[in-house]
Design a protein around this ligand. Sequence first.
Ligand code: SAM
Length: 281
Amino acid sequence: MSRLVLVATPIGNMSDVSPRAIAELTAAGLVCCEDTRRTGMMLKNLGIDAKLMRVDEHTEHASIPRVLDALNEGRDVCLVTDAGTPGISDPGERIVRAVSQTAHIVTAVPGPAAFVMALVISGLPTERFAFDGFLPRGGKERARSIADLVRERRTTVLYEAPHRLQRTLEDLYVSLGGERRIVVARELTKIHEEVWRGSIADAVTNFAGVEPKGEFVLVVEGAADEPAATDDDIDRLLLAELAAGVSVRDAAAVVAELTGAPKKTVYNRALELSKSDDERS
Ligand code: SAM
C-alpha cells in the first residue's frame, strides 16, 4: 500500500514549513501541486529535488488516474497547493475521495490554514464556528449564502479577494445590519500582517475608497440568540396548532421544535390545553 499525503505549506511565512513536511516532500515519488514553478521554487529553497505534476482546480479530476497509477507503482504521492492546507478552498477533495476508495492510505501533514489563524486571533467565539470559504460571486447563490448568515449563530469565517472586499462588506451590511462585530485579517504571517476589528458598519466606512491589497480573511460574529420563548408564546403556538386540528403529539413536536423548549414540558402543556378545550365544548 502507498500513501497519499496532503502536505500543508506556509500561507506567507516560509519558516512555517514543518520538518515533517520537508521529510514527506523529500521522500515522495510524486508531488502534485497547483503551480509547478511556484512549488518548484519552494522545493528548491528547501533543497528538495522532486518530480512535480500540475494539479489545479480544472485538472484535478483528470489527474486522478495518474495519481492512482503512481500509488499502484508503490510511490508515495504528496499533494500541496500554492499556500496553506490542500482541500481548503483549494484542490484536494476529489483526489482524496478517489484514493480513499482504494486500499491506499490517505494522510496529511497538518499546518497553516488561513481560516484557522484568522479565527483564533479574531477574539470572536471559537467554540463553534462555520467556514464558508469564498462567497459565490453573484446571483441567487450569493444571495442565499448571505441570507444563511442572517440566522447563523456561529462565528463564520470567509475568504475574500481584495477587489471584492468592499462589495462583500456592503452586502453583509445590507443583510446582517451594521451592529455585528467583524474582523478583517490581512496578510497573515507576512510582514504586513494586519488585523482590523470593529462593527460591520465601521468596516464599510474603514475600507471604502482605497483599493485593498493583499490576502484577506473575514471573521463575522454570529447572530444573537433569540430570546427564549415565554409560556405565553408556547400556549399561543399550541392553541393555534390544536385549533387547526393537529393532534396533541404533533402540535407538541412542532412547538418544541420552533421554541427550543423541552418536548415533555410542551407535550404536557398541550395535553392540558386540549383537555380544557374539550371541557369547554
Ligand atoms: N488553502 C488555503 C488555506 O489553507 O488557507 C486557502 C487557499 S484560497 C485559494 C486563498 C485565500 O485564502 C485567499 O484569497 C485569502 O482569502 C486566504 N488567505 C491565504 N493566505 C492568506 C494570508 N496569508 N492572509 C490572509 N488570508 C489568506
